[in-house]
Design a protein around this ligand. Structure first.
Ligand SMILES: [Zn+2]
Length: 56
């Protein structure tokens, strides 16, 4: 059983559990989601890489 939550930076993630189940897409609009087949949890991480500084 995979208990680890995978953090992603996109609202839509795909999961197929390495081909163990049909490829599905999970929407993380609410910040987190779970694969309906294998139960893998996904969490939307804050994207800090896109910080834009406009300091002179
Ligand atoms: Zn899955």
């Amino acid at each position: 059983m995979a208990n680890d939550t995978i953090k992603v930076t996109t609202e839509i993630v795909s999961c197929s559990d390495n081909g163990q189940h049909p490829l599905v897409y999970i929407n993380l609009k609410n910040g987190s989601g779970r694969c309906q087949y294998c139960g893998q949890k996904f969490e939307l991480a804050d994207s800090e890489t896109g910080k834009e500084k406009s300091a002179a």
